[in-house]
Ligand binder design. Structure first.
Ligand code: GLU
Length: 441
């Protein structure tokens, strides 16, 4: 099939996006009441149905293994005692130790963490790293907290969930609003009780046992999957115009690396607003601007743009790289991009997924697209256990190999079984986890 739309120079040659897909339920568009757990649960059930997964295994894989909710009192800089709530959910560990990030965000709750933990189980299986799935977080607003308060919060969380952590039990990592510094505090706090244990956490500063290439790994993985998808769909990446929502770690690295591939980045946004230049944004200058201004807003080479308009802008590739649930039933029909790349976790609701599929759009699923982060986390863990440091070239070529292999497997499954790329990705992952479950029980 050959399709063109709008001013695009892009041609879609084959279109597995139009593969069969059962009807999806509807979800609240976005914001606080978005039920993440229903999104991932529904995706799981569609794939489980497709694979005719046994009822007992289905029940096991739908239920988390362990959920911790902890109280973290922090003495704030002004002297008052603030009570935070922290979470760690271990979803499934049949393939290896629990693995997944920690996020600090005002909207973190048990439901969200539960859902993100399940995504980690599928993600680690899909890229074939020997981990299970977990996620954690604290309900807080880090933008209103000092470094001292954040450090106290991180140390508080680490000591409260200490009993569930371990180098062969559960290994946290960065996620939304957490970074290498936060990981360093976790390693230090854990080490007070257990001795020097760098493998307890990944995404650390390189100086403390972190891996080369870990910081940009999720963005690099996103670039690799986007590039491979373009190849498979018969699209020349150099002819594509890309819009990216989110300019944090994942969004900014994805933008830089796609720019290096010759794609034109026409719009980007962050929490403060968006910017647009149909002729393409100068990435080097933009990165320098963000370094000093802490936002993309005000960049000289572009017009300003409201954040939600970015999602429906005229472009070929749309990359939501920030929050979940941003493409929903109220805006899915306005999305103009032909390829939607889920760099964030769960940015497209199941209802929107179906609307996009009906319009012949390709959605590259989160569990494949953003799996580069946990893949390099695996390399970091291996390096820590072996006390042997890899160079950047080794990290990047091993990441490239694993991401391309996962893409090929998903694309082949989608084509052979007439599935969407999301359900194909779930099918590949679920089969691995289901098989390990059958072997263990
Ligand atoms: N937080 C990242 C994710 O959602 C990375 C997890 C990890 O490296 O363990 O995939």
């Amino acid at each position: 099939m050959t399709k063109t739309r709008g001013k695009s120079k892009v041609k879609i040659v084959s279109n597995p996006a139009q593969a069969k897909h059962p009807p999806a339920h509807d979800f609240k568009p976005s914001g606080k009441h978005l039920n993440f757990n229903r999104i991932t649960d529904e995706q799981f059930l569609i794939a489980a149905e497709e694979m005719k997964l046994e009822d007992d295994i289905r029940m096991l894989l739908r239920t988390p293994y362990r959920e911790l909710i902890v109280q973290i009192p922090v003495r704030m800089d002004d002297g008052h005692l603030e009570l935070f709530h922290g979470y760690r959910v271990q979803h499934n560990g049949v393939r290896g130790p629990y693995k997944g990030g920690l996020r600090f965000h005002p909207e973190v709750d048990l439901n969200e963490v539960r859902s993100l933990a399940a995504l980690m189980t599928w993600k680690t299986a899909l890229v074939d790293v020997p981990f299970g799935g977990a996620k954690g977080g604290v309900t807080c607003d880090p933008s209103n907290m000092s470094r001292k308060e954040l450090q106290a919060l991180t140390r508080g969380l680490t000591s409260k969930i200490d009993m569930a952590l371990g180098v062969y039990r559960d290994i946290p990592a960065p996620d939304m609003n957490t970074n290498a510094q936060v990981m360093a505090w976790i390693m230090d706090e854990y080490g007070k009780k257990h001795g020097y244990t760098p493998a307890i956490v990944t995404g650390k500063p390189i100086n403390l046992g972190g891996s080369e290439g870990r910081e940009e790994a999720t963005g690099r993985g996103t670039m690799i999957i986007t590039r491979e998808a373009c190849k498979a769909f018969g699209i020349d990446i150099k002819q594509t115009r890309v819009a990216i929502q989110g300019f944090g770690n994942v969004g900014s690295w994805t933008a830089r690396l796609l720019d290096e591939q010759g794609a034109k980045i026409v719009a980007v946004s962050d929490v403060h607003g968006g910017i647009h230049n149909p002729a393409g944004l100068d990435m080097k200058k933009l990165v320098a601007h963000v370094k000093t201004e802490k936002t993309v807003v005000g960049f000289a080479g572009a017009k300003s743009l409201p954040n939600d308009e970015l999602l429906t802008i005229d472009c070929d590739i749309l990359i939501p790289a920030a929050l979940g649930g941003v493409v929903h039933r109220n805006n899915a029909d306005d999305v103009q991009a032909k390829i939607i790349v889920e760099a964030a976790n769960s940015p497209v609701t199941p209802r929107a997924d179906e609307m996009l599929r009906k319009r012949g759009k390709h959605v590259l699923p989160d569990i494949l697209v953003n799996a580069g982060g946990v893949t390099v986390s695996y390399f970091e863990w291996v390096q820590n256990l072996q006390q042997f440091h890899w160079d950047l070239l080794t990290v990047n070529s091993e990441l490239e190999r694993r991401m391309v292999k996962a893409w090929k497997r998903v694309y082949q499954t989608a084509t052979e079984r007439n599935l969407t790329l999301r359900i194909a990705a779930y099918a590949v992952a679920l089969e691995k986890v289901a098989e390990a479950t059958r072997q263990r029980f």
